[in-house]
Write a protein that binds this ligand. Structure first.
Ligand code: NAP
Ligand code: F7E
Length: 325
């Protein structure tokens, strides 16, 4: 039986990946931080067979202990401080977790596996945020990185460190450069979920308006359930590599508002959206659109959920959740 260790199992992608790996017959282990993590019941409900092990990406000895206990054949490093806006206010802890945490884990795997470090396959959750002030449209694996946030800088460090461990020690270490991916499990701080939750509450008369920042930024949004399959496919290849995972379509925040409000029968949302400069960022990423042709050709991966379907799925799920509350 294959054994997988997932860091960040309490997050959006960790839950979808855990479900995928369980369905593929893996024994799943998840790293969970904190002495009383409030998301444990959620993980236990979604992944009743997974074993949860306690540790923290900033604590290398805890990672060594978790590796010994799980003895994984595949390690997926999804753990990170992942909210870009937060990373300016908390640049140092973002660097400790999102950048150095990846190095801690790579080093722990090398120490744990000894001469057999190519026997443990490693996935690093890299991000389109590394492209930042995009130097090419669409962005591909070879596009110059120009991160615009402490989060993007931290992810760029972890991406290069993953490549370095592959080249230095022959580790089967792959980096997935994933563009924004969303779902009903998305954290409420991210723009898609913020909008789907607010729109559901507006439909039910429980909220009057939403306060938003820059409506002109454009993102390549896909469905998280599709994207975790790409992570898994990367680790099934004979050789480790780096892959862009994206839909190849881009939409503005205005488009997101159009589709979300349309779902509840409102064509003109201007009276429901307020501008609030607190949601502006010190430096913005204006346009992201990915070229995932390498993932399509080498992994046989392609997205199954389009933008309108994704937004409708999220609004519907939040309407159901609101009605049940
Ligand atoms: P998420 O929902 O924010 O989950 C992040 C996970 O990291 C949570 O499980 C969190 O645990 C864990 N974590 C935070 N600090 C940690 C620490 N010190 N030690 C161990 N674990 C820690 O993120 P996601 O959307 O699932 O994304 C998964 C990964 O892909 C992240 O690395 C993210 O940066 C990256 N990524 C995401 C996207 C996207 O669009 N979703 C795109 C590209 C890359 P707690 O629950 O305890 O906080
Ligand atoms: O912002 C604009 C904001 O926070 C998207 C993370 O998963 O994807 C995510 O990072 C855009 C930005 O995601 C609001 O300025 C306007 O331009 O949903 P977001 P993100 O920053 O793209 C990448 C790929 C990751 O790797 C990250 O981990 O929306 N925006 N008004 C707003 N954003 C938020 N959150 N809230 C607003 O009110």
């Amino acid at each position: 039986m294959k054994r997988a260790l997932i860091t960040g199992i309490t997050g959006q992608d960790g839950l979808y990946l855990g479900e995928l790996l369980t369905a593929e017959g893996y024994e799943v282990f998840g790293l969970v931080r904190g002495q009383n993590n409030p998301k444990i019941p959620l993980v236990r409900e979604a992944l009743p067979e997974a074993t949860l092990l306690f540790g923290d990406l900033t604590d290398t000895s805890s990672l060594l202990r978790v590796l010994e206990r799980s003895n994984p054949t595949e390690v997926y490093n999804l753990g990170a401080i992942s909210f870009v806006a937060y990373s300016w206010e908390n640049a140092s802890i973002t660097t400790d977790v999102t950048a150095k945490g990846a190095l801690n884990l790579l080093e722990a795997i090398r120490l744990h596996a000894g001469n057999n470090s190519d026997g443990v396959r490693f996935y690093q959750a890299s991000s389109s945020e590394m492209f930042g002030k995009a130097q090419e449209v669409p962005q591909r694996e070879t596009t110059l990185l120009w991160p615009r946030s402490p989060y993007g800088v931290a992810k760029s460090f972890a991406h290069h460190m993953t490549i370095n461990y592959r080249e230095s020690y022959g580790m089967h270490a792959s980096s997935g450069i994933l563009f924004n991916h969303e779902s009903p499990r998305r954290g409420p701080e991210f723009v898609t979920r913020k909008v789907s939750q607010a729109v559901a509450r507006i439909a039910l008369g429980r909220q009057d308006s939403i306060a938003m920042g820059n409506l002109d930024a454009k993102r390549d949004w896909g469905f998280a359930g599709d994207y975790v399959r790409a992570m898994w496919l990367m680790l099934q290849q004979p050789d480790a590599d780096d892959y862009v995972v994206a839909t190849g379509e881009t939409h503005s925040i205005r488009d997101l508002l159009d589709v979300a409000f349309e779902r509840i029968g409102i064509d003109d949302w201007s009276g429901y959206v307020r501008y609030d400069e607190r949601y502006e960022r010190p430096a913005e990423v204006d346009l992201l659109i990915g070229d995932a042709s390498k993932a399509r050709d080498k992994l046989g991966w392609q997205p199954t959920v389009g933008f309108r379907e994704l937004v409708a799925m999220m609004v519907d799920a939040d309407l159901d959740a609101e009605r049940a509350s």
